[in-house]
Write a protein that binds this ligand. Structure first.
Ligand code: DX5
Ligand code: ZN
Length: 227
């Protein structure tokens, strides 16, 4: 299965499971699925590329039967090609690698695609848009980090919005431009106006009193700000 191609009016909300209650993953996933999330974002950290450890393929495999939501695996790991096959096997639908972790981005994207998944490339806040120009034709999704990766609950960095604008101009209309970190009903408007159309939100969804309303509010604000 691949990520659906986007059309101009599509807005995708991708709750990040990192902010969920790990003692009740099944319940938490059910909540966001019935709240009409579009993707489930899975933050995979290796304690090397980022100073934190999260979940591995075994957890992804055990939550796969619990939902029909596409799984969007964000690999914050130094050696993405070593582990991408296990995540594809475990049920990831999209696999995003970091530009900072690939010496040959095009080859990395092609190898990930050969696993039968769609492919994303991600850039940290300090990595410029130009670094990934060469690989844009090879990916379905570009992920702009709007916090330093490693932890949920950080403050949105508005300085990455220029990078979002630059990338949007270079990307095809059917590609996803995802933004991740500090996204909520306040920050989603400016991110949409800059050209993002796929929004990762951890705390703003899972820690909300009413996750369904949180998703609805974010989507409504984004829809008003589509450029
Ligand atoms: C950070 C992760 C994000 C993060 C988002 O390294 O990639 O997905 O969990 O969490 P919030 O929305 O709480 O900033
Ligand atoms: Zn993420």
């Amino acid at each position: 299965m691949e990520l659906a191609k986007r059309t101009a009016e599509d807005i995708w909300i991708a709750p990040s499971l990192l902010a969920a209650d790990f003692a009740h993953l099944a319940d938490e996933i059910r909540v966001v699925e019935s709240a009409r999330a579009d993707l489930l974002h899975l933050d995979i950290m290796d304690g090397h590329f980022v100073p934190n450890l999260t979940i591995g393929p075994a957890v992804v495999k055990s939550i796969r039967p619990m939902t029909k939501l596409p799984f969007d695996a964000h690999l914050m790991i130094t050696d993405p090609l070593k582990y991408a096959p296990s995540f594809a096997q475990a049920g990831a639908d999209n696999i995003t690698f970091h530009a900072e972790c690939a010496s040959d981005m095009a080859a990395t994207a092609r190898q990930i695609r050969s696993l039968g998944v769609s492919v994303g490339v991600s850039v940290n806040p300090e990595t410029s848009a130009e670094v990934i120009f060469e690989v844009l034709e090879e990916v379905d999704l570009v992920l702009v980090m709007s916090v330093h990766p490693g932890f949920g609950g950080q403050e949105f960095m508005p300085e990455v919005l220029e990078k979002v604008k630059t990338l949007r101009q270079r990307m095809r209309a059917d590609q996803w431009l995802q933004i991740d970190g500090g996204i909520d009903a306040k920050t989603i408007g400016e991110a949409t106006a800059a050209g993002a159309n796929c929004f990762v939100a951890g705390n703003a969804v899972f820690r909300a009193d009413d996750p369904a309303k949180a998703i609805q509010d974010m989507r409504a604000t984004a829809q008003q700000c589509i450029v």
